[in-house]
Design a protein around this ligand. Structure first.
Ligand code: FAD
Ligand code: NAD
Length: 398
């Protein structure tokens, strides 16, 4: 009997957890292949740290062959170009793969909402290489300042577009690091300007107002200036233009106004909203018995508020567990599970030993939230590779 081919696209939170669960549950009863454009897995949720330069990028990634049992799963380092659904094939840059079951976990890309100039003039890639680029760029601007005859203020101005969790976590790290950068590059602290520009009437729209106020007060005390209710309408070579007509000059613009699903989704002809496929309750793409879509590429509606669940690692990991179990059921004739997210809370770091969060019904501030954040980071490593991986790669929660 021919073994089925299971192909997993993307080695992020969704892809890696699916891969570990399938290798355990199905083992040699199928040919399992994981495709990823790098030979390492990175934890996207840690990337604000290397982007600001408070953590080495090496701490946020691990070789794929160090976590997966390559006797049970084949790893292909390549870039997915398109999914040919009718032919049950995936086109890669350097070849093709045929599948019986496909799992799409290709993550997300920056959403610009049509604002011109983002791709040309802002940093918008939340990847290991994207984080390296932001860190090196900021350091170079600081190094350049004292060497440029005009000592232009904009060299020391950083704009973060969007006060969602990504923007807030990044500015938290950067504002914590600025004193060290100033000392290192002989720059007076008051010369450095850090802006967070947000279109909505509040930072972190929808989050607990008391925690939002705590975060804003803390960040303002470190010199961050918030411009709220202030949509950015264009990014240029020299800075940003706001909807109210103001312009702010800056040499560094970090884009964090939200995400859309991988462009491969739309390129492959799936019906999608902002690159996300509205999946069936069992996580399959509508009309496709053999394709599961998980993580940031999947759209799932929260019926209580009739709005999509936010794209998070928490949900991607939970989807992966159900996806692996459902593939096993398809192979063995069992019944398929329905996916229901179990949102445990949201915790965001603010740099140093500061954080905010809601876990269950408890609000957390400061060091207790920071402890919880590190435990959440470690919990993922535990789910991926057990206690050994936490010991080897985890964070010290204290
Ligand atoms: P990803 O984890 O992004 O993985 C996608 C994988 O696919 C990557 O390995 C990528 O290299 C690969 N890939 C992409 N395109 C191709 C291609 N064409 N060919 C081959 N490989 C490809 N969520 C939380 O729940 N908690 C948090 O604290 C949190 N913090 C965050 C902090 C930051 C700074 C950011 C940016 C996001 C954060 N998120 C957080 C959101 C979370 O990171 C995402 O929801 C999560 O990573 C989605 O998982 P995924 O498996 O869908 O995709
Ligand atoms: P987001 O969509 O949560 O926030 C983007 C923000 O940008 C919004 O507040 C939006 O109003 C604003 N915005 C949009 N267009 C704008 C414009 N033209 N000018 C100025 N502001 C504009 O996106 P995100 O912060 O990138 O987060 C993406 C996903 O990752 C979310 O689901 C988030 O919950 C998750 N995440 C979670 C954590 C955490 O739990 N600690 C951390 C980071 C990201």
């Amino acid at each position: 009997l021919k073994k089925p081919n299971i192909v997993i696209l993307g080695a992020g939170y969704g892809g890696m957890i699916t891969a570990t669960r399938l290798t355990k549950q199905i083992g040699h009863d199928a040919n399992i292949t994981l495709v990823n454009k790098h030979d390492y897995h990175y934890q996207t949720t840690w990337l604000h740290e290397p982007a600001a330069g408070t953590l080495s990028p090496e701490r946020t990634r691990m070789p794929i062959n160090s976590v997966l049992d390559l006797n049970k799963i084949k790893f292909v380092k390549d870039e997915v170009q398109e999914i040919k659904r009718e032919e049950k094939k995936v086109v890669l840059s350097n070849g093709e793969l045929e599948y019986d079951y496909l799992v799409v976990g290709l993550g997300s890309e920056a959403e610009t909402f049509g604002v011109p100039g983002v791709h040309e003039h802002a940093f918008s890639k939340w990847t290991v290489n994207g984080a390296r680029e932001v860190k090196e760029h900021i350091e170079y601007m600081f190094a350049k300042y004292n060497n440029s005859p005009e000592k232009k203020d904009e060299l020391l101005t950083v704009i973060v577009a969007g006060a969602g969790f990504t923007g807030i976590e990044f500015i938290g790290e950067l504002s914590e690091r600025v004193p060290e950068l100033c000392a290192h590059y002989d720059i007076p602290r008051e010369k450095v300007k850090l802006y967070v520009i947000e279109a909505a009437p509040t930072a972190l729209p929808g989050f607990d107002p008391e925690l939002v106020e705590y975060a804003m007060n803390l960040l303002e005390s470190r010199g961050v200036e918030f411009k709220i209710n202030c949509p950015i309408k264009e990014v240029t070579e020299t800075g940003v233009s706001l909807a109210n007509g103001d312009e702010i000059k800056a040499s560094t613009i970090v884009w964090a106004t939200g995400v859309r699903g991988s462009s491969i989704i739309e390129k492959s002809g799936f019906e999608a909203m902002r690159g996300r496929v509205k999946v069936e309750p069992d996580l399959r793409a509508p009309g496709h018995e053999d394709i599961f879509i998980i993580g940031d590429c999947a759209l799932l509606i929260n019926e209580e508020i009739n709005r999509p669940y936010p794209p998070t690692a928490q949900i991607a990991m939970q989807m992966a567990e159900v996806c692996a179990s459902n593939i096993k059921s398809l192979m063995t004739g069992g019944s398929l599970k329905t996916f229901t997210p179990d949102i445990k809370g949201t915790v965001a770091s603010l740099g140093g030993k500061e954080a905010i969060g809601v876990v269950g019904s408890r609000k957390l501030f400061g060091t207790s939230a920071n402890f919880m954040k590190k435990m959440i980071d470690n919990r993922y490593l535990f789910l991926l590779g057990g206690p050994g991986l936490v010991l080897k790669r985890g964070k010290n929660p204290m």
